[in-house]
Ligand binder design. Structure first.
Ligand code: ZN
Length: 445
């Protein structure tokens, strides 16, 4: 058993009651249902998308294994199910108070299952139908609150079942998106390490990211079965890591910010945007290129950080950024509230500690970074988008530049662009150089 496998086993025996993966994982379902529900009522929660696995109708198959069960089907109001307030409340009311809830679906349905489980008190067994995000194995749910995507505490699934036959039958687009979410591990830990070192988060622990770093090693395995296992493991272990750390920060840095801003801009304009992981993958190529560009061409890593401060016109920059997609100013207000928290934390932190042993700090930090080349090659291995213009719908060069410039102006989590705002280096000219570097690696616009 590898290190990350033993980590997964340890956590899943604690928080998660049962983690079943492999070629016939669905076979665990009848005994698990008996153990959790006895003779009590079972409810299957799913959406109205047809699901086939191993040539069979997956819902009928699961219903057979679960035993007599009531079915609650969530219908999409837009292109796909969105977990807004009304959708959540309807599902809570329709599920009621069964002895067991079984969700059958990908990220959104599982997130809904976790929220309904928390509200109804029924244990949740999640049947994962795609390797699309790392959110299956954590106690958080992404909801739409007041029109904005927010991550909220929910519950761990009591059981998580990931059957190879089901994952192999998932739409390729979903599994390719999972690759993008998984490779955030080559970008996010450096941002998290930076924030922790500066006293704005933490403590940083290697154990919070090492299991995922190990798991992604197999993503480019030429054997499709081994590569699929690496993908499933990377995402499952990623969710467990987030759950144990009780924060998405170990796996969510500038590359996730990029995806959130693409979503926000699309929602504000009323247009579609690509899947979370597809955006994160493309952004990971650019964010690893950013670290490389700054390392090579900026004095940031040599100069003292203790005397750095945010610019005096920061609030105006934040408001101007968001006014371009929301002239009402309410998005600007919300983002400034978050950014102001970051400024207060920065002003209160003891940064001098980072100036004392900078060489050791940088050695550790750079040790967590992947390269833009490896990020792009891994995405290409799976046929996933590596460039913004390959997303569905494509993101234009102007939108990419605007999105990247907005990175430090959106939320309260410090990442590398914050320091570059303080040094005056966070400019359109730097973004151009970063995108050119990413393009050389096979990514960028
Ligand atoms: Zn993610």
């Amino acid at each position: 058993m590898t290190g990350y496998e033993s980590f997964a086993r340890e956590v899943s025996q604690g928080a998660l009651g049962l983690l079943a993966t492999g070629p016939a994982a669905l076979g665990e379902l009848p005994a698990l249902c008996r153990r959790l529900a006895g003779d009590g009522e079972r409810v299957i929660l799913t959406d109205d998308v047809a699901k086939l696995a191993d040539g069979r109708d997956l819902l009928a198959w699961v219903a057979d294994l679960v035993g007599a069960a009531r079915r609650v089907t969530v219908r999409a109001t837009h292109a796909q199910v969105a977990l807004d307030e009304a959708t959540v409340e309807d599902a809570v009311a329709e599920v009621g108070r069964p002895s067991l809830l079984v969700s059958v679906g990908s990220g959104t349905i599982t997130d809904l299952g976790k929220v309904v489980s928390a509200r109804s008190g029924a244990p949740l067994v999640a049947i994962q139908t795609a390797a699309s995000v790392n959110g299956f194995s954590d106690p958080l749910s992404v909801l739409v609150i007041g029109g904005a995507k927010r991550t909220r505490p929910s519950v761990w699934p009591t059981g998580l079942i990931i059957d190879d036959r089901v994952i192999d039958a998932a739409p390729a687009r979903l599994n390719r998106s999972g690759v993008g979410d998984a490779i955030a591990i080559w970008s996010a830990p450096a941002d998290w390490y930076l924030a922790c070192s500066l006293g704005l988060d933490g403590p940083f622990t290697d154990e919070a990211v090492r299991p995922v770093l190990d798991a992604v090693e197999g993503l480019t395995d030429p054997d499709p079965g081994r590569a699929r296992k690496a993908l499933v493991d990377s995402l499952t272990v990623g969710g467990l890591v987030i759950g144990v750390a009780d924060s998405t920060a170990p796996l969510s840095g500038s590359e996730h910010l990029t995806s959130h801003i693409l979503d926000m801009a699309a929602m504000a304009r009323g247009v579609e945007h690509d899947l979370h992981g597809a955006q994160v993958g493309v952004a990971t190529v650019v964010c690893t290129a950013l670290w490389a560009e700054v390392r090579e061409t900026s004095a940031l890593f040599e100069r003292p950080w203790a005397d750095l401060t945010y610019p005096a016109d920061l609030e105006q920059r934040v408001r101007d950024t968001w006014a371009s997609i929301d002239p009402s100013g309410s998005l600007g207000q919300e983002c400034w509230t978050a950014v102001a928290r970051k400024v207060a934390a920065w002003n209160a932190a003891d940064k001098a500690v980072c100036d004392r042993d900078r060489a050791a700090l940088l050695e550790t930090l750079f040790g967590y970074l992947g390269t833009p080349q490896r990020s792009a090659t891994t995405l290409r291995h799976w046929g996933a988008a590596a460039r913004f213009s390959e997303l569905t719908p494509p993101v234009s060069a102007d939108q990419v530049a605007w999105t990247l410039l907005a990175l430090p102006y959106m939320r309260d989590r410090l990442t590398l662009p914050d320091l570059l705002v303080m040094t005056g280096e966070w400019t359109a000219e730097l973004i151009d150089r970063v995108l050119a570097r990413a393009a050389t690696a096979g990514g960028g616009v």
